[in-house]
Design a protein around this ligand. Structure first.
Ligand code: GTP
Ligand code: MG
Ligand code: ZN
Length: 299
């Protein structure tokens, strides 16, 4: 128990080859190993974990002693205790994949993680940025438009991130790393062109890394986010619950999926301009995908 005397509290930034890099409140980083007991208990420390640790001394290496209960955890990228999933979509190139945005919103909601949408490259297509903002007005996720190139909207995104642990997600080349560089120029993250797809292997490292943004008291995790979608497990009947804009619609049938049923109140509200039609159309596509998947489960 004497170890407790020298123990400190911190957050795991990354793990590599059995070592964990733990940052204390003051910003210093310590190399630690996990106690064997964690392996016995089947617990693997992950980036984002809040831990109690004993720092390395002259005679002994650093050691993680205790892991605080996680409020949430993503599998890919592997990270715990996310305060916000920031979904980035480009107003210009690459062509916005709003179906992916919808799925990421669903993924965040299922994990109990608040989500926000960042529309990047505002400098290239203002009209498209405004269209995306319109489509997600009822989604419950705030939408922030910005340009890492000319700096517009960056201050608002900085406020959104302040003091939080934020996971970025979105298609390749939408400008996630460019955004982080604009927020914190000292990071010097590598950015690339649209053809960067071929270099994808470099991003799919097994280890997620939390990057501190000192000026904002925030930590961020920069990731090629599309891989986190493999584990979407939603029942078709539940899907509509994840669309706040549908709430309060009055349908003729109980349990209306807002799909092909007659007397569906959602469709009436689309006609009245209260629900965005494109977001609804993508809802039906996702619903059909989930129904199809279920059908094949029992084939
Ligand atoms: N016009 C314009 N181009 C931008 C902006 N932000 C980023 N870009 C360009 O978009 C390309 C991709 O940017 P990255 O920041 O590497 O994109 P990423 O999302 O990190 O891509 P991955 O790491 O592959 O997932 C680069 O050529 C950037 O210069 C912007 O606000 N406006
Ligand atoms: Mg990047
Ligand atoms: Zn309905």
């Amino acid at each position: 128990m004497d170890k407790g005397l020298h123990s400190m509290e911190g957050k795991i930034l990354k793990g590599i080859g059995g070592f964990y890099y733990v940052q204390d409140r003051a910003g210093a980083v310590y190399e630690c190993k996990a106690k064997g007991r964690f392996r016995l208990e089947g617990i693997k420390p992950m980036p984002g974990d809040n831990v109690r640790f004993s720092p390395p001394s002259d005679t002994e290496g650093g050691s993680i002693l205790e892991i605080a209960p996680r409020k949430n955890a993503l599998v890919r990228p592997m990270v715990a205790n996310i305060d916000l999933l920031l979904i980035i979509v480009s107003a210009g190139k690459p062509k916005p994949d709003l179906g992916l945005v919808d799925k990421l919103l669903l993924y965040a909601a299922q994990g109990g993680i608040p989500a926000a949408i960042g529309v990047s490259k505002l400098d290239t297509d203002r009209g498209m940025a405004e269209e995306i903002q319109r489509e997600y007005r009822g989604s419950g996720a705030p939408v922030h438009c910005f340009s890492a190139r000319d700096g517009r909207g960056i201050a608002d995104v900085a406020e959104l991130l302040r003091g939080r642990c934020v996971c970025l997600a979105g298609q390749s080349a939408v400008g996630k790393s460019s955004l982080l560089n604009a927020l914190s120029p000292g990071l010097c993250l590598e950015t690339g062109g649209l053809s960067k797809k071929t270099a994808r292997g470099r991003h799919t490292t097994r280890f997620s890394e939390l990057l501190p943004l000192p000026g904002l008291g925030a930590t961020v995790i920069d990731t090629p986010g599309f891989s986190i979608l493999e584990c979407l497990e939603t029942q078709p009947e539940e899907l509509k619950e994840y669309y706040p804009e549908f709430a309060g619609s009055v349908c003729r049938f109980d349990g209306c999926l807002h799909w092909k049923e007659p007397g569906c109140g959602v469709k009436g509200r689309i006609a009245a301009g209260e629900i965005d039609e494109n977001r609804y159309t993508r809802y039906t596509m996702l619903l059909e995908e989930l129904l199809e998947r279920r059908k094949h489960q029992y084939d």
